[in-house]
Design a binder for this molecule. Structure first.
Ligand code: 9D3
Length: 324
């Protein structure tokens, strides 16, 4: 992949890629990144690239011509038409989904604005998409362009020193990471969690998964809800496929303790205690989740008693059948 940054401060960009992991990726030939000075394309006799806004007002506006010529000169060096992006506080906010999408392109041109903005016509003429890096005000598009470059570069094969980091990342996709610890085992009286010293890799994985859920639930409840929603939708569609159900089904959910879930998995529990005022009735489909809300089983209620329901297990995913 090739990334070109059109800017009034090319040295600022070059300094950053020299020093960073992106710089290593460039040196090792996994990605090409160039910075171009928009000022080199000015046709103004004083080399100006900005002028007063029509209609009056403070500040200066970057003129269309130097930006246009700079982008066209860069485009001509690309084998296939690159995607043109204008870093703008009015753009769509950059997300990891967007980064993954951009990482698949063979070429990107990033336009950095400054002053009070850019003449609107050049953005239209170039059909540039606008991307912001968040809802706060910076002095220019250079730092945003470098953020985008960094995020896209690290997804190019070969750029990250440890490619394994990838598979971990996809496993915890949509969740925050579990906490990490290194030596010493005790620091300022704070111990490393026992399980990490146990050497029991399966237990370590379980702990990390649980911590990942716990941390996300606490720090990013929005991400957590989205994660549970995705898991649940996937779970339901797998159930429907396996049960050859195509129509609409209403599901209730019940969160159960790990102990009770274990009994159910082994076929050793046939009823669940519920509140007197619960509206669960015979024939209802229920998703049983763990205490985090992660779906585990689907059951159908076979009998409603005052404080409990009896059920029949309809669905347990493949991976729930094997382990313990
Ligand atoms: C008239 C002043 N501004 C309205 C608040 C317009 C303005 C234009 C350009 C304000 C800041 C900038 C410089 N910022 C960027 O070019 C920019 C940016 C940002 O400021 N925040 C988040 N993402 C981005 S991407 C480019």
């Amino acid at each position: 992949m090739r990334i070109d940054i059109a800017t009034l401060f090319p040295e600022m960009c070059e300094r950053v890629f020299k020093e960073s992991i992106v710089g290593r990726g460039i040196k090792n030939g996994f990605i090409e990144v160039y910075a171009h000075n928009i000022r080199s394309y000015t046709e103004d006799k004083h080399r100006n690239v900005d002028d007063k806004p029509f209609g009056g007002g403070t500040g200066m506006v970057m003129q269309a011509q130097p930006i246009y010529d700079c982008v066209k000169a860069i485009s001509a060096q690309h084998k296939s038409p690159p995607r043109v992006i204008y870093l703008s506080p009015q753009g769509e906010t950059l997300t990891q989904d967007k980064v993954r999408e951009l990482a698949k392109e063979s070429g990107l041109i990033l336009i950095c604005g400054h002053y009070e903005g850019v003449d609107e016509r050049v953005i239209e003429e170039l059909n540039a998409e606008e991307i912001s890096v968040g809802d706060y005000v910076l002095t220019g598009g250079e730092l945003p362009a470098l953020i985008l470059t960094d995020a896209v570069a690290r997804l190019q094969p070969g750029v990250l020193p440890n490619e394994d980091a990838y598979s971990i990342e996809s496993h915890y996709d949509g969740l925050l990471e579990y906490p990490q610890y290194s030596r010493p085992e005790v620091w300022k009286g704070r111990k490393v969690p026992e399980v990490l010293l146990s050497g029991d890799h399966a237990q370590v994985l379980k702990w990390r998964e649980m911590m990942s859920l716990e941390v996300t639930k606490k720090k990013r409840p929005d991400m957590y809800r989205a994660h549970i929603k995705t898991l649940t939708e996937k779970f339901i569609s797998e159930f429907k496929a396996s049960a050859e159900i195509s129509g609409n089904v209403d599901f209730s959910t019940l969160a159960l303790s790990d102990e009770l879930l274990k009994l159910i998995k082994r076929g050793k529990a046939r009823s669940i205690e519920i509140a007197k005022n619960s509206r669960l009735e015979k024939g209802a489909y229920v998703i049983l989740t763990d205490t985090f809300g992660v779906p585990k089983f689907i059951v159908i209620i076979t009998k409603r008693l005052e404080n409990s329901v009896q059920f029949r297990l309809l669905y347990k995913p493949k991976k729930e059948e094997s382990n313990d």
